[in-house]
Design a protein around this ligand. Structure first.
Ligand code: PLP
Length: 469
């Protein structure tokens, strides 16, 4: 008797028969999850929970996912706080003034970490992630370019703005360009240069360049782009009468690593040419998805006409966002991490990830079959490829073998001019402990031994084409 058949079966009768109630051990045979349209009747909450929970077992274990940059572990207290705040809408500054205040504090804390000239008057906001943050930063760059063109007596509508960046940019920048009618000028990789450099950036700039995006660091291999060198080269360009091009730093990951582990590296608002910076709170900000942050050097770097004023306790609260309603819990969780860890706590957590990454990269590089392109000493992320000795298998086969043990390690080819290069990438995050790294390394060794055995017994390459049949 289907549980959901409430109309014909009086509730009383279900209660009299434990097998037709929640105790029915075969409930999954009687109730189907809706596929393409709503089912006719409700089901008990416990049943809905159980069936959806069970289906999601197929998602794989987030902790064994070495592909993602996004946080997969938070402390129970943080989880509790997030559950407490699940009902808070970030946009309701009036209803949740304290959540708005917490957001302000987070922006000020980041402004201080990133050496903004006046952190107490920080200009910035939370977003759903770096993607939204990059859209906002890109819009500000485009507006400022248009204002400059108009100030010089031109008409921006008759020109095509462009944005200069490495071919290794995250897809959100291509998205920005397409959605906001900006020409993407991507500087290809060349030889062993896997990200943007100063010469490449300058060579692609002209009067219609709205900005240069420098990445800290690259998702392809975890390397930092040389932000200071790029800025210095652009300083020179401007001093020589060329265009005066601002820099946006995409610090999706590195914005939360460099301040703690590389305090002497100048990549942030210490460089006068850096107009804005974004980061993902849900990456090395150690918060569950989704929260991001974007900050401008000062109020001048953010055109006033992009800002909407909302009423905030009778006062005036500026907002700049693409969406309206959005959860407040992640912002609260960001503040929890800032408060809970403090500066030295962040140093400890990020250093632990870097230690795991560099240690693992070193061991993998020592294997005759692999060569590391990066060593995990910038972002706690490294990419490695097979050496010339390897025959009969490839990085794609390794990725698939590791998956058999639950590890998710992406294998992919590099972009323009290095599409010949196929790599595996490991992202070390808080929660991927030395112990887990040891287990991972043992599984990698086993996978390689199996692949070599198969290759010698006439096994087949399982590269991208091998996946198709
Ligand atoms: C992850 C990432 C993004 C996109 O960030 P989300 O927070 O996932 O929206 C943009 N740029 C870089 C460099 C990234 O690593």
């Amino acid at each position: 008797m289907p549980l959901h058949n409430g109309a014909s079966e009086p509730v009383r009768r279900s209660h009299s028969n434990p097998l037709v109630t929640l105790a029915n051990p075969a409930i999954g045979d009687e109730v189907r999850l809706p596929d393409n349209k709503l089912s006719e009747d409700p089901v008990p909450a416990e049943v809905a929970y159980r069936l959806i929970h069970d289906e999601l077992l197929l998602d794989g274990s987030a902790r064994l996912n070495l592909a993602t940059f996004v946080t997969t572990w938070m402390e129970p207290h943080a989880q509790q706080l997030m559950a407490d705040c699940a009902d808070k809408n970030m946009i309701d500054k009036d209803e949740y003034p304290q959540t708005a205040e917490v957001e302000r504090r987070c922006v000020a804390i980041l402004a201080d970490l990133w050496h903004a000239p006046h952190p107490e008057h920080a200009t910035g906001c939370s977003t759903t992630g770096s993607s939204e943050a990059c859209m906002l930063a890109g819009m500000a760059l485009k507006r400022r370019w248009a204002a400059r063109v108009r100030a010089a007596g031109g008409d921006p509508r008759t020109r095509t703005p462009n944005l200069v960046m490495g071919a290794n940019v995250q897809v959100c920048w291509e998205k920005f360009c397409r959605y906001w009618d900006v020409e993407p000028r991507t500087v290809p990789m060349e030889g062993d240069r896997f990200h943007l450099d100063a010469a490449g950036a300058v060579a692609h700039c002209d009067e219609d360049t709205i900005g240069v995006v420098a990445i800290l660091g690259s998702t392809f291999d975890g390397s930092y782009e040389p932000v200071a060198e790029i800025c210095a080269a652009l300083d020179e360009l401007a001093a020589g009468g060329g265009p005066d091009v601002q820099v946006h730093v995409d610090g999706a990951s590195g914005g939360m690593i460099a301040p703690f582990l590389d305090p002497d590296l100048e990549w942030d608002f210490r460089l006068p040419r850096v107009a804005s910076i974004n980061t993902s709170g849900h990456k090395y900000g150690l918060v569950y998805p989704g929260v991001g942050w974007v900050l401008w050097r000062d109020a001048d770097a953010l055109p006033e006409d992009l800002i909407f004023r909302v009423n905030y306790l009778g006062g005036d609260m500026p907002t700049f966002a693409l969406n309206f309603s959005r959860p407040g819990a992640e912002v609260i969780a960001q503040y929890y991490n800032f408060f809970r860890l403090g500066f030295s706590g962040f140093v400890a957590v990020q250093q632990a990830s870097r230690d795991v990454a560099t240690g693992l990269a070193e061991r993998i590089d020592a294997m005759p079959q692999f060569r590391c392109l990066t060593r995990g000493d910038e972002l706690p992320v490294f990419a490695f490829t097979t050496t010339d000795d390897v025959q009969g298998w490839d990085v794609f086969a390794v990725s698939r073998r590791l998956r058999e043990r639950g590890w998710q390690v992406p294998a992919y080819t590099f972009p323009e001019n290095r599409t010949d290069l196929a790599v595996l990438r490991v992202v070390c995050r808080n929660g991927f402990s030395l112990d887990l790294a040891d287990l991972f390394f043992a599984d990698l060794q086993r996978a390689v031994a199996d692949l070599e055995k198969d290759a010698h017994s006439g096994g087949q390459l399982s590269g991208p084409s091998g996946f198709r049949h």
